[in-house]
Design a protein around this ligand. Sequence first.
Ligand code: PMP
Length: 385
Amino acid sequence: MESVHFDHAASTPVDERVLEAMQRWWQENYANPSSRHAAGVAAAEALDEARRRVAWATGAQPDRVIFTSGATEANNVAVFGHARARKQHGRHVLVGPLEHPSTKMPALALKEEGFEVEELTLDSSGALDIEDAGARVRPDTVLVTNMLANNEYGCIFPVRELTRRVRKAAPHAAIHVDSVQALGKVEVDIETLGVDSIAISAHKINGPKGAGALVRANDAAMQPLTLGGGQESGLRAGTQDVPAICGLGLAAKLAESEREESVAQMTELTGLLKSEINGRGLGRLIEPGAPTQALLPNILSFIVDGPPAEVFLHHLDARGVMASAGSACQSNKRSMNPALFAIGLEEDEARRLLRLSIGKKSSREEVLRGVEVLEGVRSELARHV
Ligand code: PMP
């Protein structure tokens, strides 16, 4: 049975071109890029090329690209690094309403260092409440962090508008943007966004796991989390993972240079998926933030008819369909995901939310095969109630 990959927001397959670009850096040239011999210099040059590629894909300067072990680390470095370096200007931090735990957890941890941490809010459509966000920015705000595109529902946040308001009211604030889900689907240009840093991850853009970057717009002071040999401009000590970083570099270049065609293909397939879900009465589509905020072309959420998403997922998995629950199944309404709460979903509906996410390599045939399985599972489960 051929599998159906409806979980690209969680991870993507490595592109063959990326795999090939990584190959030689494991055995043919395994030198430490800090070594002074020719092999080491060649490895350092490979890192430089990856730096230029990531910079090109994100509108940054190459020397502002800090390679990390992924976006989790990049988000941690950004949150702690920016906030701690600006303590003399204030201790107020604003965190987006739907941040990934790799941003939210470090931000909340800042409370133990005496920071005041507030979360931004959503309006009743699930869109970022930009008026409320603007009103919360203060002269002592030192960090504002809000993702560009959300991993659960695919909503694209108005980061430029947020930036404009932050710059007006908080002269010392750093703005950090998790761009993990956005890269390759919407433009991620650090200058146009007007932010101080962004985080990206290779495995979401057909690159390897364990590689990512913190990309900065300027060289404003930041405190590192790891101290050691001074690699990555002193912001991330440790010998760089040359193969993974080469993979990240090419993956970022391809994500941006092939963005237009992959967006067209993903939009078409998501449209097909939506019309099949509607046409076959498989569930109710959920689009938090729409129509004010645009949605990513590859993520779709819907409430299935029948048992909780976890049960559905289990049956789908047994038939080779990989998908994901839309809200990690919170145990009660108070801890329900803010986006689902904002749009007025009931607990029971939130538990039945499925997220399907397609990728660059998805095909019509795969989508239709997945829909058939969904329908089969739905009918089978209906017989058991
Ligand atoms: N931010 C977002 C929006 C994500 O979707 C993810 C991955 N689930 C991360 C951060 C963490 O990235 P990584 O897996 O590279 O640590």
